[in-house]
Design a protein around this ligand. Structure first.
Ligand SMILES: Nc1ncnc2c1ncn2[C@@H]1O[C@H](COP(=O)(O)OP(=O)(O)OP(=O)(O)O)[C@@H](O)[C@H]1O
Length: 351
């Protein structure tokens, strides 16, 4: 059995406290735990990048934050949300009606592929008006905000509002969706691979816009991606998911320049820099675990050059004596830099 992870690095002013949170599916092959007892604090106003390979549980973490795990997934644990003013909210205890209000108004979400989020028979303006009306906001005031948001995202507001979703390019519709997700002035925006379907140039310009908007509006952003170099330019902190658990959390600069976990270092070595075409990236050897049969002990041990009997037996906790907020779940943290040297250091990082 996996041990319960110790509490992770705490932050000064948490907007979320996620504790021992799991998502599981009952499968014919056995219990599939696709988020495994994760604990993490998210700081108010930060951009947190959540990074991991495909199938590592990133989307499960995103949907857990909105208590929106798809059926028949079972979400357990504690997620406390601290609004800017008022009482803290135990998200997993809310009624369906209450959680609907929190979503969009407090915590909003943008997924990959705007097209599937828009209704093809409605104009973009209809989407804004409907969202405002359903949440009992003043529609005219809200539409003024919508125009402002669209132009902050470098879109011609009038033209975009009049358009049907299919009339917009991929980059335009993704930006329109970001504007829609912000029209109710939420405190948190959870973005799950919001730029994955776009070309590199458009991805970068949207990342830049997201940074600007986060700063202007004091937003907390949880940005989920498999693309480590992409978040390098965006995130204040990075949390790395491997096999449904966080294996490393820390300030973006430290995680990118001095990663502590062998997996994070392998991930960095597999993604040389922002200009490297995906096809040229070197995949990490071995396969990511199947959620039904996650290895005992440290789940990374079958792929790790430092693995020994302790790693095969004990799941390392995500804690450390370090006081710099940079933690890694590894029994051999001090030996990692020699055992897994960073081959490429070209990731550009916001300092
Ligand atoms: N409806 C479902 N029923 C059972 N298992 C599921 C379901 N949806 C997802 N999973 C499994 O949960 C695990 C985590 O999925 P998740 O979508 O969170 O991964 P991810 O890191 O976001 O990957 P990707 O980048 O490919 O979206 C995967 O093994 C996936 O197969």
């Amino acid at each position: 059995m996996h041990q319960q992870h110790a509490q992770t690095t705490s932050v000064d002013d948490p907007i979320f406290e996620v504790r021992n949170t799991s998502v599981s599916f009952d499968m014919e092959r056995g219990e599939s735990k696709v988020l495994n007892e994760v604990s993490l604090d998210i700081e108010r106003g930060e951009v947190l990048g959540v990074v991991g390979e495909s199938g590592s549980g990133k989307s499960m973490f995103a949907s857990a934050l909105l208590d929106a795990v798809v059926d028949p997934g079972i979400l357990t644990g504690d997620i406390t949300y601290y609004p800017e003013s008022g009482e803290s909210i135990d998200l997993l205890e809310l009624s369906d009606e209450e959680i609907k209000q929190v979503r969009w108004e407090e915590i909003s979400m943008v997924f990959q592929g705007a097209m599937s989020s828009f209704n093809p028979t409605m104009t973009i303006e209809d989407h804004f008006r409907e969202t405002l009306a359903v949440h009992d906001y003043d529609v005219e005031e809200g539409m003024a905000r919508a125009e402002e948001l669209l132009s902050d995202l470098y879109l011609e507001a009038e033209q975009v509002l009049d358009a049907y979703p299919h009339e917009l390019s991929g980059g335009m519709s993704q930006r329109a969706l970001i504007a829609l997700s912000l029209v109710l002035e939420p405190e948190v925006l959870v973005m799950d691979e919001p730029t994955a379907a776009l070309d590199l140039l458009m991805q970068r310009s949207i990342i830049q816009l997201i940074r600007e908007i986060a700063e202007q509006r004091d937003l907390t952003i949880v940005f989920i991606t498999h693309d480590l170099p992409l978040v390098a330019n965006l995130a204040d902190r990075i949390a790395v998911l491997y096999a449904f658990e966080f294996v490393e959390v820390g300030p973006a600069y430290d995680v990118l320049k001095a990663a502590k976990h062998p997996y994070t270092r392998a991930l960095l070595n597999s993604t040389p820099n922002l200009d490297t075409p995906r096809e040229q990236m070197k995949p990490i050897e071995g396969a990511a675990p199947d959620p039904v049969s996650v290895p005992e002990g440290c789940s990374y041990h079958p792929r790790c050059p430092l693995s020994d009997a302790v790693c095969e037996r004990d799941d390392p906790p995500l804690d450390s004596d370090e006081d710099d907020g940079h933690v890694a779940a590894c029994h051999h943290v001090e030996n990692v830099p020699d055992a897994v040297p960073l081959t490429l250091q070209e990731v550009t990082v916001n300092e």
